[in-house]
Each structure stands twice: as structure tokens, then as C-alpha cells.
Design a protein around this ligand. Structure first.
Ligand SMILES: *[C@@H]1O[C@H](CO)[C@@H](O)[C@H](O)[C@H]1NC(C)=O
Ligand SMILES: *[C@@H]1O[C@H](CO)[C@@H](O)[C@H](O)[C@H]1NC(C)=O
Ligand SMILES: *[C@@H]1O[C@H](CO)[C@@H](O)[C@H](O)[C@H]1NC(C)=O
Length: 492
């Protein structure tokens, strides 16, 4: 979920000094001098099923001396499919993950890495509310979920970056940008594939939603670039195949602009604004775009950029406090924030804070206070909202032959389909014109219109009809068909 609330914007001001001190370079993945692979130094663990349930097995790899992976079998969730939990340990930082084998054939099915957004949101929301093999149905209970995405795939859910969900740092070491987080994620994937070598060469997909639309292009680029090092070192590269982004916040300025469109133009969203407000916004739009261009794109000046960002946000995003910005069809219980729009969040919190659950999952007791959204991290990530052009990463991935699926629940307001469609049309890559020339066509599930779609080469845009921000939550069947067809490389 993307929850860029007012308090975050207010904290932004006090953060500016720290933000400006650490500008991120755009080219983020410096090629480290990589040790050539020496088979004598490394014995893969190989058999996932041989992992213990009561204690962790620690996996190392000589090429990643700073990283290790702790993993165990964990008996929870739907009571059938094999589940694993553990931590990616990077010195004093610890990232928690869940891994579920495919319900069909774990030995041949693809591998999917899922992350929720926020920034600061735990991927356990994706697991227990959206696409995992079970749903939390009460404070102490889970129930099998029939439309889980591990129907045809092996699926990871990762609490990232450090600070989110059960992930933590021992001495308050923090991650403040997507680019930093990407290094840990790509190292983890390599260690996992090296140890469980049956996965080597298996198609690998990054999937996620909301702020994931900013994380995933960078994560995929990190894996793509790391593959070069892996080949040089004599290791097997990761078969990075696609990126799947649901209701993404990929292009910040495009998101802001889309608020004018959905409020003042006829895109099927409820009219919540009068003409005078629309006229005012129309006049502010060029100023917002100009200031953003000048301070955030032409020159990366953190202070001016933060001002521009706040100006744009205040000019266009004020309406979301009056509606359920995640699904304009559904009222929230009270002020529209996460827990009042999605009451399941409370049950998930109880379930994950239950000592019995934590014992099953192997949660480190030094950091066992689960919260679904890390507000501090969200504030630290303020500069990440504008510090890199996620669109450029997507365009570069497309050029590299990585497939990209941009899917959007069509009743979401905050990361709506209008802005996402425009983002796909504006991507600058060799097949841009071919993509733009395609008209939207309907796609179907069980004879019913499931949404609209457009494809050219590796790029697909698709709406999902009658779904809000959390597509698999609102439309589990459509979401699963979409995912399965995409993984199989079929047309929608
Ligand atoms: C990656 O996966 C695709 C799809 O299964 C397959 O055709 C291709 O050979 C794989 N590539 C590698 C290098 O294993
Ligand atoms: C559910 O978990 C809570 C917290 O651990 C515990 O206090 C309560 O007794 C449990 N309820 C049931 C019905 O097991
Ligand atoms: C756990 O986190 C919640 C929400 O941040 C906080 O209110 C509570 O005091 C924390 N509990 C402990 C034991 O740290």
C-alpha cells in the first residue's frame, strides 16, 4: 500500500538536512571486484525438505561474505504446502522472509518474489490479505486461500527494507533508499539459488504493488547488473524474466497529475470536486510540473525538490482524506487510513504478535513487535520518492528483454489506472510507438470482461475491473488468472 499521509509530509521538513547530506547517484549498482568462483569453498545445501523445523540452518556463500541466510521449515498457513521462513542476515541487519512452494510442481514452476509497498509496509499484508496460500481469519486463525499465486509458482514474501515487519537492525542501522535495499535483495536471491540449485536457471519474477512500483524496477536492475558479475565469476546468472507491478507509484509526477484527471475529467471516478477547484488545479498544474522539473529532475536539489514536491502534493492530493483513496466504491470505518479501510490489518497484527505464531515462524525475540507499517521508515524514505527515475529503469529493463506487466485495479484512486496507463505510454524505449499504436482491448475470465489491456513486445498494461488498490484482495480470481497467464507467457 502507498500511504503518503500528511504527517509524513510534515516530518519531511525536519528531515531535510539529513536528506541533502546523502544524495543518491543514479547509477547505483557499482560493480564490485568479485571473487572468481572456487567450487572448493562452497557446498550447496541442496535439499529444502531437509531443513529443520525447530532450528535454523545458516547458509553462506564465499562471494557474499557479508551476507548469510537463516532458513527453516515452518508449519503454518494452509496446512498443506511446504512453507519456509527465515532471515537474510547482513551483518547487523536482518530481513525476514516467507517462502512457499508451488501447489503444482515446485521442481519446475517459476519463482516469484513479492513485496508490498508503503514505503514501510510489511509483505505479510500481501501474504495474508492478497495472494498467499492462507488468510488470517481471526486473531489466532488462518484458513486456506484457494486463489493463491503459489498455484503455479514458488513465492517469496519479504519484509523489506530493514525496519519493516519482522525485519530489523541490531544497532539501529537503517536503509533509507530503494537503491540501498536493492543490494541486499539481489545478494539474497543469489545465495538462495546457489544453495538450492534445483532453482538455477528457473524463470524469476519480481512482483509487488504500490510503492513496489518504485522498488521493483531498481531491484530488477540490480539483479540484471549482478548477473554480469556472476557470469564473470563463473556462477549461474539469475533467469530474470519479468517485473509485475500492481497499482504502482512508479512515476511520482505522473501520479500527481493523474489526480487532476480522475477528479476533473470523465474517467469514471466519482465527482468529488467542484468546477472552481478543478480550474484552480488546472492553473497549478504547469507550476507544479515546472517546479518539479527544475528542482528534482534538471538539478537534484533536495531542499527545493522537497518544496516542489510538497507544493504539488498539497495542490492535488488533498481530496484523498475525504474518500477511500484505495477503492472509491467502498467506505472506510472512520478517517480513511489503512486499518479503518481494511479491518483485517488488526487481525493480522494480533496473529503475528501471538507468541505461538512467532514460535512457529522462528521470529527473533529481540525484535518481535510486529507493526504493519513503519512510519519512521516512511519518513526516512521521503527523498526516495523523487531521487531516481523509476521509468528509466523500466525502459532499460524492457530494452534488455525483461517483460514488464503494469496491472491496475480500476477503482483505486491513489495509484489509479489513468496515471499508470500514461506512464506506460510515456516510457521511452524502442517499441514505444508500436505500444502506443495498440488500442486497449478487453480481456476475459470465464467469459466475463476482466479489464482492458494493451501489449507490445515485452510490455503489457492491464486494468482489472472492479478492483481497488489491492487487486488480489478485491478480485482474487481475476488476479490469479492474470498472474498465471503472465507467468506462462500467454496473452491476457
Ligand atoms: C530462462 O527461462 C526461460 C523460460 O523458461 C527459458 O526458456 C530459458 O532457457 C531460461 N534461461 C536460462 C539461461 O536458463
Ligand atoms: C489468541 O491469542 C491471544 C494472544 O496470544 C491469546 O491471549 C488468546 O488466548 C488466544 N485465543 C484463543 C482463542 O486461542
Ligand atoms: C509495539 O509497537 C506498538 C506500535 O508501534 C507500540 O504502541 C507498542 O508500545 C510496542 N510494544 C512494545 C512492547 O514495544
Amino acid at each position: 500500500m502507498w500511504f503518503p499521509y500528511r504527517p509524513v509530509l510534515c516530518t519531511l521538513v525536519s528531515l531535510l538536512t539529513t536528506v541533502s547530506a546523502r544524495q543518491q547517484p543514479l547509477a547505483a549498482h557499482q560493480v564490485n571486484s568479485f571473487t572468481p568462483y572456487d567450487a572448493d569453498l562452497f557446498t550447496p545445501f541442496e535439499d529444502l525438505h531437509a531443513l529443520h523445523a525447530s532450528e535454523y540452518t545458516v547458509l553462506h556463500h564465499p562471494n557474499f561474505p557479508a551476507h548469510s541466510v537463516r532458513i527453516k521449515q515452518s508449519h503454518f498457513c494452509d496446512g498443506e504446502v511446504r512453507a519456509y521462513t527465515g532471515y537474510i542476515d547482513i551483518e547487523a541487519r536482518h530481513l525476514f522472509f516467507y517462502f512457499f512452494e508451488s501447489r503444482r510442481d515446485p521442481d519446475t514452476d517459476d519463482v516469484v518474489f513479492w513485496t508490498n509497498g508503503g514505503p514501510g509496509g510489511s509483505s505479510s499484508l500481501g501474504l495474508f490479505m492478497e495472494l498467499g496460500p492462507c488468510r488470517v481469519t481471526g486473531p489466532n486463525t488462518t484458513e486456506r486461500f484457494d486463489y493463491a499465486w503459489n498455484e503455479h509458482a514458488n513465492v517469496f514474501f519479504v519484509d523489506q527494507p530493514v525496519g519493516v515487519g519482522f525485519s530489523y537492525a541490531e544497532y539501529g542501522e537503517q536503509v533509507s533508499s530503494t537503491v540501498e535495499a536493492a543490494k541486499d535483495i539481489s545478494a539474497f536471491i543469489v545465495i538462495f539459488f546457489e544453495h538450492f540449485s534445483k532453482f538455477k536457471g528457473r524463470p524469476f519474477h519480481f512482483a509487488g504493488e504500490s510503492y513496489g512500483g518504485r522498488y521493483l524496477p531498481v531491484f530488477a536492475a540490480a539483479v540484471y547488473d549482478r548477473n554480469v558479475e556472476l557470469v564473470e565469476a563463473g556462477l549461474t546468472p539469475i533467469n530474470l524474466t519479468s517485473v509485475m507491478i500492481g497499482n504502482g507509484a512508479t512515476d511520482f509526477i505522473g501520479v500527481v497529475r493523474s489526480y487532476y484527471d480522475v477528479m476533473c475529467m470523465d474517467y469514471g471516478f466519482p465527482a468529488i470536486t467542484g468546477i472552481s477547484d478543478c480550474v484552480r488545479m488546472k492553473q497549478l498544474l504547469p507550476r507544479c510540473e515546472k517546479r518539479f522539473q527544475q528542482s528534482c529532475i534538471d538539478v537534484q536539489d533536495s531542499i527545493d525538490c522537497a518544496d516542489a514536491w510538497r507544493f504539488c502534493w498539497d495542490s492535488f492530493a488533498w481530496q484523498y482524506q475525504y474518500i477511500n483513496a484505495y477503492d472509491h466504491r467502498k467506505p472506510c470505518k472512520g478517517h480513511p487510513d489503512g486499518p479503518s479501510c481494511y479491518t483485517e490489518l488488526q487481525d493480522i497484527g494480533h496473529y503475528l504478535n501471538d507468541p505461538e505464531t512467532q514460535a512457529k515462524l522462528g521470529v527473533d525475540q529481540v525484535h518481535n513487535n510486529f507493526t504493519w507499517m513503519d512510519r519512521d521508515l516512511q519518513a526516512r524514505f521521503a527523498a526516495d520518492y523523487w531521487s531516481f527515475r523509476a521509468k528509466h529503469y523500466l525502459a532499460a529493463l524492457l530494452e534488455g528483454g525483461i517483460r514488464v506487466l503494469i496491472y491496475v485495479g480500476d477503482t483505486d484512486w491513489i495509484c489509479n489506472w489513468v496515471g499508470n496507463e500514461r506512464m506506460t505510454l510515456e516510457l521511452e524505449w524502442t517499441q514505444q510507438e508500436v505500444f502506443r499504436e495498440q488500442s486497449l482491448r478487453e480481456w476475459f475470465v470465464d467469459g466475463e470482461v476482466a479489464g482492458k489491456t494493451r501489449t507490445a513486445g515485452p510490455l503489457t498494461f492491464a486494468t482489472v475491473r472492479d478492483a481497488g488498490h489491492l487487486v488480489p484482495y478485491d478480485q482474487p480470481v481475476r488476479a490469479l488468472r492474470l498472474a498465471n497467464r503472465w507467468l506462462a507467457g500467454e496473452e491476457l
